[in-house]
Design a protein around this ligand. Structure first.
Ligand code: O7E
Length: 211
């Protein structure tokens, strides 16, 4: 089964909770990043707790080991179940995120390659492959790979094996749902669902990948 992860980049707190509630039966997790946390505060986690869905903190943590540790401790203390970190800061810093996550019985995912066009300016020449290898050596739970470049997902799969691959970029960024769903463990979808007239119905439509 391929998981469907809702990217809840909605700025209004009430609207965010409403969207999450309507999508909840059709999704496997909710990804929350800076847009929602900066507009609503960390307590948004408490508002979503009743849905009993895993909450993924997409803070793309990218600092020195000690600062990464402080950020990740705050993430898990707030009630998140997983954190997303960058690997380009090096193995010591990335490993810190993984260690904090595992100490809290949570998960940590490392960004291997991003989905937007500009990502190719730096994620080339083996950089993403190196980041995927780093994720494996740091015992991360998985990587993030671009739905906009399915061939790259296949290449990174060769490196991470059975570790999870979660993939953003379907819908609004042009990635094809069915193509990507066959390659990854979870598809991350934002605007195509939360900007729809009926987000719940749209989430249900996307949830065909869970069958
Ligand atoms: O394009 P959307 O609206 O479907 O939203 C995609 C979400 O995934 C959005 O929150 C964006 O910040 C995030 N994302 C990407 O789009 N591309 C990436 O390469 C990485 C991420 C991301 O979430 O990284 C951590 C999973």
């Amino acid at each position: 089964m391929t998981e469907l992860i809702l990217s809840l980049d909605v700025l209004d707190r009430k609207e965010a909770v409403k969207v999450a509630e309507s999508c909840a039966p059709f999704i496997d997790a909710i990804k929350i990043g800076y847009p929602l946390v900066l507009s609503s505060g960390l307590s948004i986690v408490e508002d979503l707790a009743d849905l009993a869905l895993p909450l993924i903190a997409d803070f793309k943590v990218a600092d020195i080991p000690n600062t990464n540790r402080l950020i990740c401790e705050a993430v898990f203390s707030a009630g998140f179940d997983a954190v997303i970190a960058h690997g380009f800061v090096g193995a010591d810093a990335a490993r810190t995120c993984v260690e904090v996550a595992h100490r809290h019985s949570g998960a940590a995912y490392i960004v291997a390659e991003m989905s937007h066009p500009g990502a190719t300016e730096f994620f080339h020449g083996g950089v993403a492959e190196n980041l995927a290898e780093l994720a494996v050596s740091c015992r991360a739970d998985g990587i993030i790979a671009p739905a906009t470049r399915p061939d790259r997902i296949s290449r990174l799969r060769e490196i991470v094996g059975s570790k999870a691959i979660y993939s953003p970029g379907v819908g609004a960024q042009g990635g094809d749902l069915d193509t990507v769903a066959r390659l990854v463990d979870g598809v991350i979808v934002g605007r195509s669902i939360y900007e729809a007239e009926n987000p719940g119905a749209e989430a249900e439509r996307f949830s065909r990948i869970r069958r």
